[in-house]
Design a protein around this ligand. Structure first.
Ligand SMILES: Cc1cc2nc3c(=O)[nH]c(=O)nc-3n(C[C@H](O)[C@H](O)[C@H](O)COP(=O)(O)O)c2cc1C
Length: 220
């Protein structure tokens, strides 16, 4: 796959086949993601790969908490208020997504069921949890973003789909205890990874993007 074509065609996958991903393929994707640039080549990313029975148990634990719903404990702060333009993009994204899925605005039950699918990893046989040491600064968060996108593109390049999920950071204490990860690590992101199910309804939706002129200014 050509690089430009790969970048243009990557998209979030929210419906996976149960088919396990060979460990060698996961290793290949993770290894190449490790080629990502980072601040003074510090390579701050740390990844837990969760499959098999552990994957199923973690999904149950997180799903139960989210269904309760237990209060969100994420250690990655969201802004108190998004700038108006970003807020508009987010609400347009949600409106287009629900329209594509034929979910009515006031259908709280279906919306909640869709939300909870995050914690079932959208059926993916594998989930990656991304960590940073709590002592690190915004530069390392920047590096982790680069790592994440490289990983998503590498996965796409070998025929795997991914969904990056902030929702999987909602209960960090539980995830740390479950995986034996020290308290000194901050849970930054979850990534469901596996083979896309082309028949899954959730994969029908294609997200939009702002035009170049909305985010670029030219100075000559
Ligand atoms: C940091 C981050 C967190 C995200 N969290 C979630 C999530 O919890 N659940 C989800 O379904 N998608 C999540 N997404 C996926 C975005 O909704 C998606 O990338 C965006 O709508 C653009 O669509 P695309 O990835 O198909 O191009 C997240 C993406 C990023 C970068």
């Amino acid at each position: 796959m050509e690089l430009i074509d790969g970048i243009a065609t990557r998209r979030s996958v929210r419906g996976f086949r149960a088919t396990p991903v060979p460990e060698a393929l996961l290793r290949q994707v993770l290894q190449v993601a490790g080629r990502s640039p980072s601040y003074t080549n510090t390579q701050p990313w740390e990844v837990s790969v969760v499959t098999g029975a552990k994957r199923d148990q973690l999904s149950l634990v997180l799903h139960d908490l989210a269904a309760a719903p237990a209060p969100v404990q994420s250690e990655v702060a969201a802004p108190l208020q998004w700038p108006a333009q970003l807020e508009r993009r987010a609400s347009e994204h949600n409106a287009r997504r629900f329209k594509a899925l034929a979910v009515e605005r006031d259908d709280k039950g279906t919306r909640n069921a869709l939300r909870l699918m995050n914690y079932q990893f959208f059926g993916a046989p594998c989930v990656l949890l991304l960590w940073l040491d709590k002592s690190l600064s915004e530069w390392s968060t920047f590096d982790l973003g680069l790592f994440t996108q490289t990983l998503a593109l590498a996965a796409h390049g070998v025929g795997l789909g991914t969904c990056l999920q902030a929702s999987l950071t909602h209960y960090p204490d539980v995830v740390r205890a479950f995986l034996g990860v020290p308290e000194s690590k901050r849970l930054m992101l979850g990534i469901s990874i596996g083979y896309s199910d082309p028949d899954a309804k959730l994969n029908n939706y294609q997200s939009a993007r702002a035009n170049l002129d909305e985010f670029v200014s030219w100075h000559d």
